[in-house]
Design a binder for this molecule. Structure first.
Ligand SMILES: [Zn+2]
Length: 304
């Protein structure tokens, strides 16, 4: 991450960094539990409350325990029965449970313990990701101005601007400084994924610990490294042609090259010219380059 801050700062005039540091405003939510802040859908506070409830109820339906399903903010004592919008009267439920519960209280629905649980504020609400704090401190050390935002605010910003949920649009919506209108139509995001270089293991082993694959190839062969993007011009033979793609180097000096059209094998290093040295990152253009994992939904990642 710091490598990329340094690189980007070299290429573009970067003046400030916005970083998603926590999922919700811990101070605000501690006060909310004490003072009885009300939940209001669609407001920034509403988004903070939702993130808080997700954490408090472990991202599962309070009634059936379903995970990875859409969860609705649910009133334990329904509003129609004069239940309040206080955080202590709220939980999360999947749609079927919410429907079945109807106008019953949690106790009437068969879950008296939910009411007691809801009254307990989330303990250690301040226990945020230590790694992220460390990153925050190091980002500050760059001398750039660093703004932090919550995951709740990111979602609120993105939703109010009518933008779909993608990693790169979330990244563009971090922090209070997010412009009122974001021009995203012509933007093609560049996905950068750390791939590491070679495995440390010398070979893969089976479950008994016996070698399953042959030993690791040397990392550099004739000056080439696996992952290098190369251009090969093969003048003659059955592989005659021009290939551009990612090389997998072999000790004997003939490489496999993964091109757009498929992989060509056994191309001698003599025909290859390096276009781009492998640097431990994968680069891909376009939104498809930034997959969004279902399990990742709602879990903030550090954004710049
Ligand atoms: Zn449920």
């Amino acid at each position: 991450m710091l490598t990329w801050v340094a690189r980007l700062a070299k290429w573009c005039p970067i003046g400030a960094i916005s970083m998603e540091l926590v999922k919700f405003d811990t101070q605000l939510m501690q006060n909310a539990e004490i003072s009885g802040m009300l939940y209001q859908q669609g407001t920034l506070e509403g988004y903070e409350v939702r993130e808080y409830l997700l954490e408090k109820w472990q991202r599962a339906c309070a009634y059936c325990g379903a995970k990875d399903v859409p969860l609705e903010v649910e009133h334990i004592v329904p509003r129609s029965r004069h239940g309040s919008d206080r955080v202590s009267n709220l939980t999360l439920a999947c749609e079927p449970c919410n429907q079945r519960k109807g106008t019953q209280t949690a106790a009437e629905f068969g879950y008296p313990e939910i009411q007691a649980q809801a009254k307990q504020p989330l303990r250690d609400a301040a226990a945020v990701n230590v790694t992220r704090w460390a990153l925050y401190e190091r980002l500050q050390a760059t001398g750039l101005s660093v703004e932090t935002g919550t995951g709740g605010r990111t979602k609120w910003n993105r939703t109010r601007r009518g933008l779909p949920k993608t990693h790169w649009l979330d990244a563009a919506c971090v922090g209070a400084s997010t412009p009122e209108t974001l021009q995203v139509q012509q933007v093609i995001p560049l996905g950068i994924q750390a791939t590491g270089r070679q495995r440390r293991q010398m070979c893969l082993v089976d479950r008994y610990g016996f070698p399953r694959t042959k030993g690791k190839e040397p990392s550099t062969v004739q000056g080439f490294r696996s992952g290098d993007i190369v251009r090969a011009v093969v003048p003659t033979g059955k592989h005659a042609g021009v290939y551009i793609g990612k090389a997998a180097v072999r000790a004997r000096g003939s490489f496999n090259i993964a091109t757009h059209a498929g992989t060509v094998t056994d191309i001698s290093y003599r025909h290859c010219q390096r276009l781009h040295a492998a640097d431990g990152y994968r680069y891909q253009k376009g939104a498809a380059a930034l997959p969004l994992h279902a399990s990742n939904a709602g879990v903030p990642a550090p954004h710049m």
